[in-house]
Design a protein around this ligand. Structure first.
Ligand code: TMP
Length: 211
């Protein structure tokens, strides 16, 4: 595969979508084809799964069922959108991916990070991002940035604190594939840091980092 796969992760209210948009605009301006997508979602079936899995209507959804739904949406997303785009040589910018399952379901929900990761690896045929940008924010601050709560946003603060430390742990374990940034910094400062890293990665590996 010759494309480049970038994922944005972070807690609620970290400003992921603003940064994804800015990066997509900057890369498009350089003449690259960019595909922007999100999880859960990104396909018609994935968006249906998103509706179910985030709906407060299903409060108390069994944690294993929840993990399987996220993995199912991810499998469909990779097969129909992400892998074909990478095979065309495009840059894929995805809002959340496998690490969200590891952090939210594996760590915070207590299902176990290894199992949850293996489930998603199976679902996606082992597709991992080339770069994961973690926008780090204290959940007490992030959750305060908006009013409406979906089923996961409505979880207690402690749950979101576990999610935050999970992302930081994952990044520490594999610094080559992660960029952790303080989400409280100025929007333009964050955007410049992300673009610099992406450009350095792309220049350093003209064949793309996908194996
Ligand atoms: P979003 O609000 O960033 O679109 O993400 C949707 C919610 O789903 C968010 O609370 C994080 C959660 N989530 C998981 O719990 N597991 C996953 O695998 C993914 C992709 C998202």
């Amino acid at each position: 595969m010759s494309g480049y796969f970038i994922v944005f992760e972070g807690g609620e209210g970290a400003g992921k979508s603003t940064q994804e948009r800015l990066l997509a605009e900057a890369l498009t301006g350089r003449g690259v084809t960019v595909v922007r997508t999100r999880e859960p979602g990104g396909t018609p079936a994935g968006e249906e799964i998103r509706r179910v899995v985030l709906s407060p209507e299903f409060a108390g959804l069994d944690p294993r069922a929840e993990a399987l739904l996220f993995a199912a949406a991810r499998g469909e997303h990779v097969a129909r959108v992400i892998r074909p785009a990478l095979e065309r040589g495009d840059i894929v910018i995805c809002d959340r991916y496998l690490d969200s399952s590891v952090a939210y379901q594996g760590f915070a929900r207590g299902l176990g990070p290894v199992r949850v990761r293996d489930l998603s690896l199976w679902a996606t045929g082992d597709l991992l991002p080339d770069l994961t940008v973690v926008l780090d924010i204290d959940p007490a601050e992030g959750l305060g940035r908006f009013d409406q709560r979906d089923r996961l946003e409505a979880e207690p603060l402690e749950y979101h604190q576990q999610v935050r430390s999970a992302f930081l742990t994952l990044a520490e374990e594999d610094p080559r594939r992660y960029l952790v940034l303080d989400a409280r910094a100025d929007v333009s400062v964050i955007a410049a840091a992300i673009l610099a890293r992406v450009v350095a990665d792309l220049d350093g590996d003209d064949d793309g980092a996908q194996g």
